[in-house]
Design a protein around this ligand. Structure first.
Ligand code: MGD
Ligand code: MGD
Ligand code: MO
Length: 781
């Protein structure tokens, strides 16, 4: 029997004849290298081997840590003691402060596999206990999740209904790619990728004659085939100014009377307010190409030329697709480029037509462009949460630092809860959050922090109680590439090392101690759960006419089962947008006007927003055109790493192999490097008023001068003693989140604004500090 496993990077087959044990599934046309390193990473000495408790917590019990979290040594304990400590502490917090003092099951990508999904296990567990403060939306595109339903339709609907690559190749004449189409990112799919289709899809589009515009400060976007970059038109835009470009294009369509009047009338509301703004009726400023040129640093002539192209397409009914990479909205005023792109697409009148309109995330993830069938796959129910309070996910440090304070979100005032206990399983806040020095301070506040972790990451080091978790390779599961058309049995390929347990086993043991095992497990053991979840999914698939193997055992024998049609084999049923454009009255959107809101009165009226209520250019606090750029003259893009997923597998040789002197490379333009006297591979200090990190210079003419790129993912390394994590301290590894700002994208959406960061880069003086993130913390064997 062939044995497979599924990861966010793809499907891999087990081969015990090879050192790396995992080979890509043979049907994947462009497999990712990342997944081949899972075995190596899993067998690393950096595994959490035994439960461990922070010494100060063990001796003095729960309470704010005053700097000792992250600097104390750990004491390894036996499982029964660790479980007893955790269970008693949960009981104490609930009885003294109520469930609303628990922040549990928080954010993170964890691993693929539908049953052993750590967040789901954690949520189910805490729901069975009465609930917890949850987080809302994602770091990926929280701003889009907030604003899109207000102005049009859920961002998830838009993405689920996105056209397949074949449809784009058949219909799209011009594709404006804000943020490019970086295929490094399409290696990944949350909960599992099947076939990797993006590079071929892009090639097909270009071969069919489509004009692709890479509107981005970074030229190199297509990982597998750099020659594709050369075939795209590169518009090196100043970061965070996409809104201005989009508005200028909209202005040009309006003043040339070249927009789709019928679509605007039937399908939008608020056109007049938007048009008045573009024309400068009130402020006297026409938002034209000249105006946008000063903001975007793109020639006015080049902008006008692009506008002409759109006008031609509009007149000849050739399809234009406006695509935003997710990262564009991970910025200050992140809702504006989304709104402006939607408005421009509305003016072009092609929303809901194949290959045209507005898209979000081609190039950001593998499933965009899949175009095949989807089923409701196996899923473990989370249960219902008895606590109503939640926070927008990226406001965690504010919540910990300002309990009880008010903050605006989605046109309402809310209040931060007072959190005493946090339980992490499957996310790494010291990867994902901004301004990590501030987060280190916030982390001292709660009474107790528990982390189920596989490795001694910063997430584990900053906890009080660390519970060792297994990796996917060490457990049996159901693999369901949720957006991708495949289902498979994930085999257990190795025994759990040392004393690691699955998250399910950990929460089951706690459930027993807290007398909720009947609710948590409903009488099932692990095998029972796998059988049940699979058979439920199988029935759902059958209702849609899709036949899957009879039971989990049969699935195991069958290998990888494809249930989606061949991508794009036949037209899909009309989606939400297509139905809406067909019949805006009969199939209205769930917005106040039932239409696309080009002006939204509530957004304009809620005073905390300080927004005009239509797409508008708002000057960010951190951008190259602002006053701060005098002090910190480089715009930092902290994008997704090419050779791993976030911080996962950072300790593998794939990730380590790309690091001169073990530090993450920072990309600078030749002129910026020369101005600072920097040479390739040299170590530098990247800094601003929030923090500083070490990185290694990488010089590339494919980045716009004034812009630097430092990928995320280097394990946070402020030194073995995390109390040194201060603005004046030096992060050693190249983690950009010591310099990013923990500032909401806006009061409306409260998303992350990681991309809005200015820094300076200078040569590192003296000997570089030694790395300590790959050394076990004191007290741990
Ligand atoms: N500056 C900047 N910051 C960013 C971004 C950016 O663009 N710029 N991007 C943001 C985005 S889009 C995202 S999605 C976030 C990602 O942030 P995260 O999803 O938090 O990052 P990961 O590194 O994937 O963290 C997963 C953690 O779970 C652990 N883990 C994996 N599998 C399991 C399991 O089965 N059980 C348990 N118990 N643990 C497990 C891993 O060891 C790892 O520590 O980062 C955000 N941060
Ligand atoms: N290999 C790999 N792939 C991943 C991930 C990973 O960690 N590793 N993470 C996954 C996750 S969780 C997510 S959310 C997605 C994120 O997907 P994206 O958000 O699309 O990815 P990023 O690489 O953060 O940013 C995309 C591009 O935006 C451009 N850019 C940045 N700022 C600006 C700007 O102001 N204007 C314009 N026009 N362009 C700009 C840069 O060229 C950058 O390459 O990626 C997913 N894919
Ligand atoms: Mo993400």
């Amino acid at each position: 029997m062939q044995r497979f496993t599924l990861s966010h990077w793809g499907i891999y087959q087990f081969d015990d004849q090879r050192a790396e044990r995992l080979v890509p599934w043979r049907c994947d046309p462009a497999p990712s290298a990342i997944g081949r390193y899972q075995w190596q990473a899993s067998t690393s000495p950096l595994r959490v081997k035994r439960p461990a408790v922070r010494k100060g917590w063990l001796e003095s019990g729960p309470g704010p840590a005053e700097g000792r979290r992250g600097s104390d040594e750990f004491v390894e304990v036996e499982w029964p003691q660790a479980l007893e400590l955790v269970a008693n502490e949960i009981k104490r917090v609930i009885s003294e402060h109520g469930n609303q003092a628990i922040y549990a099951a928080p954010y993170g990508w964890s691993s693929a596999g539908r049953f052993h999904h750590s967040q789901t296990q954690a949520r189910r567990f805490y729901n069975a206990l009465g609930g917890f403060v949850a987080s809302r939306h994602t770091y990926s595109f929280g701003t889009a999740e907030s604003v899109m339903p207000m102005i049009a339709e859920s961002i998830y609907t838009l993405m689920a209904e996105a056209d397949g690559w074949q449809t784009l190749a058949d219909h799209t004449a011009v594709m404006l790619c804000f943020g490019g189409l970086p295929t490094k990112n399409s290696q990944i799919e949350s909960s599992g990728a099947g076939r990797h289709l993006a590079a071929n899809g892009i090639r097909q589009l270009l071969d069919n004659g489509a004009a692709l515009y890479n509107i981005s400060p970074i030229h190199h976007q297509v990982l597998e085939a750099p020659e594709l970059d050369q075939r795209c038109h590169w518009l090196p835009i100043r970061p965070a100014t996409d809104t201005a470009l989009l508005l200028a294009l909209a202005h040009q369509l309006i003043v040339n009377n070249a927009y789709d009047h019928r679509f605007i009338e039937r399908c939008t509301s608020g056109y007049q307010q938007f048009a008045d703004y573009l024309l400068g009726t009130q402020d006297g400023i026409a938002k034209d190409a000249e105006w946008a040129a000063t903001i975007t640093d793109i020639d006015a002539a080049r902008i006008a030329e692009l506008g002409e192209l759109l006008i031609d397409c509009q007149r000849q009914q050739r399809r234009v697709l406006i695509n935003l990479a997710w990262g564009i909205q991970r910025a200050e005023n992140g809702e504006q480029p989304l709104w402006a792109a939607l408005a421009l697409a509305a003016l072009l009148g092609q929303l809901g037509l194949p290959g045209g309109g507005f898209a979000f995330g081609y190039g950001s993830t593998n499933s965009m462009g899949y175009g095949g069938q989807r089923i409701a796959g196996p899923r473990l129910e989370r249960g219902s949460n008895g606590v109503e309070q939640f926070i927008p996910v990226a406001r965690i440090a504010d919540m910990l630092l300002h309990p009880g304070e008010r903050y605006p979100f989605e046109n309402q005032w809310r209040k931060y809860p007072h959190i005493r206990l946090m339980h992490w399983a499957g996310g790494n806040p010291f990867h994902h959050h901004q301004d990590l020095n501030r987060l280190c301070q916030a982390w001292q506040r709660p009474d107790t922090i528990i982390a189920n972790e596989q490795f001694w990451t910063a997430n584990a080091r900053m906890a009080d109680i660390v519970l060792p978790a297994t990796t996917t390779l060490e457990r049996e599961d159901i693999g369901y590439a949720s957006n991708d058309g495949y289902i498979l049995a994930m085999h257990k390929l190795a025994d759990a090392p040392h004393e690691a347990l699955s998250d399910h086993a950990i929460f089951s043991a706690l459930a027993q101690r807290l007398d909720i095992n009947d609710i948590f497990n409903e009488g099932h053991d692990e095998q029972g759960w796998l059988d049940t979840l699979y058979s439920e999914a199988r029935q759902r698939a059958e209702q849609r006419g899709i036949k899957l193997p009879t039971d989990f055992a049969a699935l195991k024998a069958a290998g990888v089962v494809e249930f989606g049609r061949e991508p794009d084999a036949s037209p899909r049923p009309a989606g939400r947008w297509a139905r809406f454009r067909e019949d805006p009255e009969g199939a209205p959107l769930d917005t106040p006007s039932g239409k696309i809101m080009l002006f939204h009165p509530t957004i304009a009226d809620f005073s905390a927003n300080q927004l005009a209520g239509h797409p508008e250019w708002k000057e960010p606090i951190e951008w190259l055109g602002g006053a701060r750029a005098k002090r910190f003259p480089l715009h930092l893009i902290s994008s997704q790493p090419a050779n791993k997923l976030h911080s996962q597998l950072d300790h593998s040789s794939l990730s380590q192999g790309t690091r001169p002197h073990g530090r993450e490379p920072i990309t600078l333009s030749p002129s910026d490097a020369a101005q600072r006297g920097l040479s390739e591979g040299q170590l530098v200090k990247v800094f601003n008023e929030r923090g500083a990190c070490v990185a290694a210079v990488s010089i590339d003419a494919g980045i716009k001068p004034g812009v630097v790129k430092l990928a995320t993912g280097a394990w946070f390394d402020p030194g073995l003693d995390f109390s040194e994590a201060t603005p004046s301290g030096l992060e050693r590894h190249g983690n950009p989140n010591v310099v990013t700002a923990d500032r909401p994208s806006s009061s409306l959406t409260q998303g992350t604004s990681a991309m809005s960061t200015l820094v300076e880069v200078v040569a590192l003086q003296g000997n570089p500090p030694e790395l300590s993130c790959f050394t076990l913390p004191p007290g741990v064997s």
